[in-house]
Design a protein around this ligand. Structure first.
Ligand SMILES: *[C@@H]1O[C@H](CO)[C@@H](O)[C@H](O)[C@H]1NC(C)=O
Ligand SMILES: *[C@@H]1O[C@H](CO)[C@@H](O)[C@H](O)[C@H]1NC(C)=O
Ligand SMILES: *[C@@H]1O[C@H](CO)[C@@H](O)[C@H](O)[C@H]1NC(C)=O
Ligand SMILES: *[C@@H]1O[C@H](CO)[C@@H](O)[C@H](O)[C@H]1NC(C)=O
Ligand SMILES: *[C@@H]1O[C@H](CO)[C@@H](O)[C@H](O)[C@H]1NC(C)=O
Ligand SMILES: *[C@@H]1O[C@H](CO)[C@@H](O)[C@H](O)[C@H]1NC(C)=O
Ligand SMILES: *[C@@H]1O[C@H](CO)[C@@H](O)[C@H](O)[C@H]1NC(C)=O
Length: 774
């Protein structure tokens, strides 16, 4: 099998947006940020000398000066590369993808670099958020980039678990005619790029803030600022959710060479020539929502829209421009839209499915009416968003390192059962302290209740891992992490965690949320991911010879009816390959996200892959915003598969599970996990579904044509607005029930919604589905 296709599986703070007056700062007294001074005792339990592994690396301890004049490149690189007695972090594969967690920490200061920096997998490059440090390229810097964020040992498609936050990257000392990229990114899921400023000289056409050369399968960038330069970010990837990005005096803020599906939410363009450039024709569909522009010549400059396919589809919703903006949308050089699109209206170009017509209206631009539930928006009609917390407001005396509480020993070492101690610490800290979980694997053997008033933060993907008999009964699924009880209202936030399983646990629900926030984001999950098998630390990495015999976890996230949560940047991965070795274990995981919540749910930058029954299931749900969902099928499913859903989970079916009754008994192409099921739900606003099938069936045969029957299923909903579904190799984008009494109708076939090819795969692209919007 071709490695590239095996691997496809794959696949805060108060922001200061003013450009700094001077990029050369005085060194400031540090010690303000709790994380810099707290005791660091994170480990890497699954590698041979892992109890002696150094996670936290303050660059100043490796010789960096941060004085704006010393060349700090070598010292910073040393902090990144240092491994242990079995090798450095940048060579070989001794540590695998998950065995070398590191936080390379930058105290406030300006770190001058004369040579480029190279990042590696498992690394968090993190600055002091109370005074973001600057990494500044020296005058005469000669390399093509300042920071390469992509580990050269892994292609972008398996570039997982990298983070960069609270930094300023600066090219203002470099000539504007020298071609330079501040950050090469181009990674996939499980990565975070947040609260970073890109500072370039004004008018420097040859400077690019972020480039994404390696065509990964990423989820989201959030809360970034770009000043000056030629291009803010260039995008070449299957999908991206861009959230809260501010561009000032950037010539082209976002340049898209290739992107099947994207969402821009909260983009702000000031003094740009072009906001988003898709004139390459490489964009299937872009949703631009809740965004503003001023002193910008063209907000979206697009390739012409063809009458014969749906490539270059668009939705603009709540895009506010002032009189200084002459063109809102240009198409093939012609202005096709001017002025603002106010809340309540969507301007759509592409195929539109309305209640009155079963055939799509192939529209070159029309205004549709869209309602957004009050629960989901602020008083000016924007979907609520929050900045991921970094708790900079906490003094170190109000932060508890869970491994430093004498009365309740916690090991995080993948050996000790940490459940009872963690429960005691959670109960005692609730409403008072922030809990810091140093990197490691914390074994949980019975449900851990996260009470009202909890704030938990991990470190380079701290693992909470279920184990033991409490999670073995598929007929009695039990949560590992239970956030509140039904009726609880308050705060519970988790940041920078991986939820996983140490054993094969058919009855494990990894996270169940019952609590509602007082306000959006109070109950929130930021950069929290799920992993079922595929890595050291889990028996599902080696113990599943076949999905037929290996029901490894029941459900990733269950958002129960009483819950109200905000999720930003979350990847649920049922392993389809091994991140740390070359084991070929294939676990079956039952489902991704089950959303029954009614009180307001915000889902941004969500990826769910390889789950057996569904990736996303909104069941009797209400008031849900979904900004972007990426998905891939379970690869063992499809033609040739004999384990036909609802197997192997039929014996333990939940009322919410799809029955697959619409498929004939032996139809393996129909009996595949549904990407996005929305059932009997109300007030649902979903954008950018990107659902990909690259290989299919037990032998993972390359999909040269459609290899899954149905991507989304929409049944008996009201006020459902679905703006944008893209597929690779699904015969139907949407299977529909409950419109005028219809049942299981292939309402949106790919053949009527052809986009362009992406990497030689056929795409389906639909702009708007409004048949259940009444
Ligand atoms: C632990 O790591 C330190 C620093 O890398 C090293 O000097 C020491 O020998 C290691 N100890 C063991 C037991 O491996
Ligand atoms: C508009 O943007 C241009 C280009 O970035 C800049 O030179 C100019 O000063 C801006 N004008 C105003 C009024 O802000
Ligand atoms: C179809 O789209 C055109 C614009 O392209 C618009 O004028 C027309 O009203 C649309 N028809 C329906 C039924 O939506
Ligand atoms: C609503 O949210 C948007 C985007 O975050 C913000 O610009 C606007 O000021 C907010 N409106 C109010 C009234 O807070
Ligand atoms: C399975 O993965 C582990 C690392 O987690 C590795 O040590 C072992 O060699 C792998 N086995 C095979 C057959 O690749
Ligand atoms: C559909 O939703 C309604 C309203 O929430 C609920 O009363 C009803 O029981 C649901 N129907 C089914 C079949 O779940
Ligand atoms: C849809 O809802 C109607 C009325 O609630 C019900 O009669 C019908 O059976 C439902 N259809 C499906 C497919 O669930």
């Amino acid at each position: 099998m071709r490695v590239s296709f095996i691997l496809l599986g794959l696949a805060a703070t108060v922001l200061a947006v003013a450009r700094p007056e001077s990029t050369q700062r005085d060194i400031e007294a540090t010690g303000g940020y709790w994380y810099e001074t707290i005791k660091h005792n994170g480990i890497s339990p699954e590698i041979p000398n892992g109890k002696n592994w150094t996670v936290f690396r303050n660059v100043k301890d490796y010789g960096a000066k941060g004085d704006g004049t010393t060349d700090d490149s070598a010292a910073i690189q040393k902090a990144i590369n240092t491994g242990d007695s079995s090798g450095t972090r940048n060579t070989g594969s001794v540590f695998g993808s998950t065995g070398q967690p590191a936080v390379v920490y930058f105290p406030a200061g300006t770190y001058l670099v004369k040579s480029p920096l190279q990042n590696y997998i498992g690394t968090v490059l993190m600055g002091d958020p109370t005074n973001r440090p600057t990494i500044k390229a020296a005058a005469g810097f000669s390399s093509a980039y300042i920071l390469n964020g992509v580990d050269p040992r892994y292609t972008g498609l398996v570039g997982f678990y990298h983070e960069i936050k609270n930094l300023v990257l600066d090219s203002t000392a470099v000539s504007g005619t020298k071609t330079i990229t501040l950050l090469q990114w181009g990674l996939s899921q499980g990565c975070q790029l947040s609260n970073v400023m890109f500072n370039m000289p004004i008018g420097a056409a040859a400077h690019t803030g972020i480039s994404t050369p390696s065509n990964g399968s990423p989820l989201i960038f959030n809360d970034l600022q770009f000043f000056g330069g030629g291009v803010g970010t260039s995008l070449s990837a299957t999908q991206y959710h861009l959230k809260n990005l501010y561009f000032k005096n950037v010539q082209t803020a976002v340049s898209i060479t290739s992107l099947v599906q994207g969402t821009g939410q909260g983009l702000r363009f000031e003094g740009c020539t072009v906001g988003i450039d898709t004139t390459s024709g490489g964009n299937g569909l872009f949703n631009l929502i809740d965004s503003t522009a001023t002193n910008t010549s063209t907000v979206m400059n697009t390739a012409a829209f063809s009458s014969s396919n749906t490539q270059n589809s668009l939705n603009l919703e709540n895009v506010i421009v002032d009189s200084s903006v002459p063109a809102t949308v240009k198409s093939g050089g012609t202005v096709v839209l001017t002025g603002s699109i106010m809340p309540g209206t969507t301007w759509t170009r592409g195929n539109i499915y309305t209640a009155s017509s079963a055939t799509p209206n192939h529209s070159s631009g029309t205004k549709l009416t869209t309602s957004r539930p009050q629960t989901l928006v602020n008083s000016t009609g924007f979907y609520q968003t929050v900045v991921p917390p970094n708790y900079a407001e906490y003094d170190v005396s109000n932060v508890v390192n869970v491994k430093s509480v004498a009365a309740y020993p916690v090991a995080g070492d993948w050996v000790a059962d940490d459940t009872a101690s963690l429960q005691a610490i959670l109960n005692s800290a609730a409403g008072k302290q922030l809990l810091y979980f140093p990197s490691g694997i914390y074994l949980i053997s019975s449900t851990l209740l996260v009470p009202v008033g909890s704030r938990l933060i991990g470190e380079s993907f701290t693992q909470l891992s279920a184990t033991g008999s409490n999670f073995k009964d598929a007929k009695n699924p039990t949560p590992m992490i239970k956030v509140g009880n039904a009726g609880d209202v308050g705060t519970a936030q988790m940041t920078d965690f991986v939820f996983t399983i140490a054993d094969i646990l058919p009855g494990a629900i990894m996270v169940e949320v019952n609590m509602a926030g007082d306000k959006p984001g109070d109950v929130g999950f930021f950069n929290c991911h799920f992993r079922i098998g595929g890595a050291r630390g889990s028996k599902a990495e080696t113990g599943c010879s076949s999905p037929n015999t290996c029901n490894a976890a029941r459900l990733c996230a269950h958002l129960t009816p009483s819950s109200s949560t905000y999720w930003e940047n979350s990847w649920s991965w049922g392993a389809d390959h091994d991140l740390d070795g070359s084991n070929t274990s294939v676990p079956s995981s039952g489902g991704g996200f089950l959303v029954e919540a009614q009180g307001g749910t915000w889902l941004l930058g969500i990826g769910i892959e390889h789950q057996a029954l569904y990736q996303m299931n909104m069941y009797n749900a209400k008031n849900v915003f979904l900004g972007l969902q990426q998905g891939e099928a379970a690869y063992y499913q499809g033609t040739g598969n004999t384990l036909l859903p609802p197997a192997p989970w039929a014996d333990s079916a939940l009322p919410s599970d799809p029955t697959f009754s619409w498929c004939s008994a032996s139809d393996a192409m129909c009996r595949m996990g549904i990407y996005q099921r929305i059932y009997n739900s109300t007030d649902i606003n979903v954008y950018s579904g990107g659902f990909w099938n690259f290989v299919s069936g037990p032998t993972r045969t390359f999909c040269s044509t459609d290899c899954q029957m149905n991507a989304a299923m929409y049944e008996n909903n009201s006020r459902l607005f679905s703006y944008g579904i893209s597929t690779i190799n699904s015969q139907n984008l949407i299977l529909e029930s409950g419109v005028g009494g219809d049942k299981d109708v292939a309402a949106v076939p790919r053949t009527a919604n052809s986009g362009a090819t992406h990497d030689s795969f056929n795409t389906g692209v639909m702009a708007a589905y409004l048949r259940q919007s009444a």
